[in-house]
Design a protein around this ligand. Structure first.
Ligand SMILES: C[S@@+](CC[C@H](N)C(=O)[O-])C[C@H]1O[C@@H](n2cnc3c(N)ncnc32)[C@H](O)[C@@H]1O
Length: 271
């Protein structure tokens, strides 16, 4: 089965998660998007736009584009539309769509953009087949995903490692793959794309980068782990006390004497 219940998303659709996605997008904007530039006049599909956190960055970096941003969640789309109105993203239109059953004709988009979506899907190869259908010959697909196995930090902490392991387990139980970043090359190649180029994008945070410590270590990564606290607790995966110790330890990595490292993977390929 490839279609998804919009509520089946490990991080949920709360306003806190919307804020986290915005913090994540803004903090990582230049690392992930300095090279997300499309030829003027292109029509771009953003599949799985969520609350529009990446949409705003795409729209502001590429003003002479048509962008069609779709998501399966009405709640997220509503926030994305509001953000679009507030930000005056004149070149973006939003629509509700399941990316496994895209309501567009074959080969209509010049480029497709997907960010932090495949890692939550039960069947990424089917999603890639679906977006490939609506992409023109010679058009590009850009995919950006995380890989939670790439996270390491100082001071080390068994509790924090255990918290991350619990999030990964939850995501897998919901059909996702928290370490999909490292698999992008084989995934895209076997989906029939050519000229696949994957670049690791490492976020390295230490005491000399207080903005990143706040925007990434605290407000993106630790907030993501904190967001599954209740579910981890409900499923008895870790005691609340141990979980909270893990969160405190992650926050120590955001202090001036701490260090945090995480690697995203960005792939660009051609149909
Ligand atoms: C982690 S969020 C990322 C949102 C956005 N790309 C960003 O980076 O901020 C994943 C999004 O994928 C959407 N999604 C999951 N399954 C989907 C599907 N089958 N079709 C369309 N969107 C889907 C979810 O509703 C959610 O908004």
């Amino acid at each position: 089965m490839t279609t998804r219940n919009p509520e089946e998303y490990v991080h949920g659709h709360s306003s806190r998660e919307a804020l986290r996605l915005s913090d994540q997008a803004n903090t990582l904007s230049s690392l992930l998007h300095h090279d997300t530039v499309y030829p003027p006049g292109s029509l771009v599909l953003e599949a799985g736009c969520g609350v529009g956190a990446q949409t705003g960055i795409l729209a502001s970096r590429n003003t002479d584009l048509g962008i069609v941003s779709v998501d399966i969640s009405n709640a997220s789309l509503c926030q994305a539309r509001n953000a679009g109105k507030a930000g005056r993203w004149e070149n973006v239109s939003f629509a509700r769509a399941d990316l496994f059953e895209l309501p567009f004709p074959d080969e209509v988009f010049d480029h497709v953009f997907i960010c932090f979506v495949l890692e939550h899907l039960r069947n990424p190869p089917a999603a890639l087949t679906s977006v490939r259908r609506v992409l023109k010959q010679g058009g590009t697909l850009t995919v950006i995903e995380g890989d939670h196995g790439s996270a390491f930090f100082y001071p080390e902490s068994l509790h924090a490692n255990e918290c991350i392991r619990c999030l990964e387990e939850l995501q897998k139980e919901m059909g996702g793959n928290p370490r999909i970043g490292r698999e992008l090359f084989p995934l895209l190649s076997s989906a029939g794309f050519r000229d696949v180029h994957v670049s690791p994008r490492q976020v390295y945070v230490d005491g000399s980068r207080p903005d990143l410590a706040c925007g990434f270590t605290r407000q993106t990564f630790t907030a993501m782990i904190e967001g599954v606290r209740d579910e981890v607790n409900r499923r008895g995966k870790m005691s609340p006390e141990d979980f909270d110790q893990g969160i405190r330890d992650l926050l120590r990595a955001a202090e001036p004497e701490g260090v945090f490292c995480y690697t995203f993977f960005k792939a660009v390929c051609v149909k």
